[in-house]
Write a protein that binds this ligand. Sequence first.
Ligand code: 2RA
Length: 341
Amino acid sequence: LQAKVGVVGATGAVGKEIVGCLEKRNFPVESLRIFGSSRSAGSTVKSKFGDVTVELFDVEAAKECDVVFLAVSGDFALEHAEAISQGAIVIDNSSAFRYKPEVPLCVPEINGSTIKGKKLIANPNCTTAIGLMAVNPLLKKFGMKRLIMSTYQASSGAGQEGMDELKAGTKAVVNGEREVAENKVFAHPLPFNVIPHIDKFQENGYTKEEMKVTWETRKICGLADDFPASCTAVRIPTYRAHSESIVIETEKKVDVAVAQAALAAAPGVKLIDDILSDPPTYPMPLSATGQYDVEVGRVRRSEAFGDYGLEFFVSGDQLLRGAALNAVLVAEECVNNGDLA
Ligand code: 2RA
């Protein structure tokens, strides 16, 4: 099998990584077509599959592909995803369809079976996808009654513009050109700061980013619609890996060694958890950057929930597991389950 692959938005931060993952993972690409806006149409993207001229997006052209990755806005996806899915399998990176019951929301290692026969598949929010890689093996082992997450999210979550604003602002402050960096992408200056605000505030006082963790955890893990999960999402001045402090209350008594073994054995997870080594090892954005696996460590019995709780720390590459890699793994699952044949 060789698939005709389309990518919409391939010149953005996530789109570039999708092409990179297709190349590095040897996805069976017969041909690669890249669709963009009038701004990028006509430019050339160099890839392992040849030099690709960016085409102005057109639904009929996209439908000719076998699989199309959307790395564009939710509004764009709302307008075009269903029409493209009349011809191609669509893997949408936006939040437009994530909460529709008929659309699967997929982390292949957790609920890959939900996408069989589906033409429109939603890719989760980066924060949820990264965190659940660690949560799911523990949920399987000990059950879960409650989840509380606090995040340390990189500038890449706001795309290339977010990374550029962090870099330029940090330089300006370090060079003494400004005392405080300028901000356009983020609500406040990010260099030398942390901002407890990602996406829009909701009526309940949480941000949409925080509610995505609540909603998506329930859907991906197959938990009840009112499963208690909450998050505080914070932007920090790092480049492209999100970190998360996670606390779970469990149904069964925990055993830290058993938890660590379950994490070490889980596909897509790397246990980095040796606080006695010199220097101690644990997950960090610097080491997680560029890695397919999500790092998990600092695994400990919870002082809040006693024998029925675990606390741990996670770092994962926001652009890979949080977006592009997950999307390409979804496509690989479509190959494996015979839908892309
Ligand atoms: C962020 N989760 O980090 C978002 C991106 N999808 O801003």
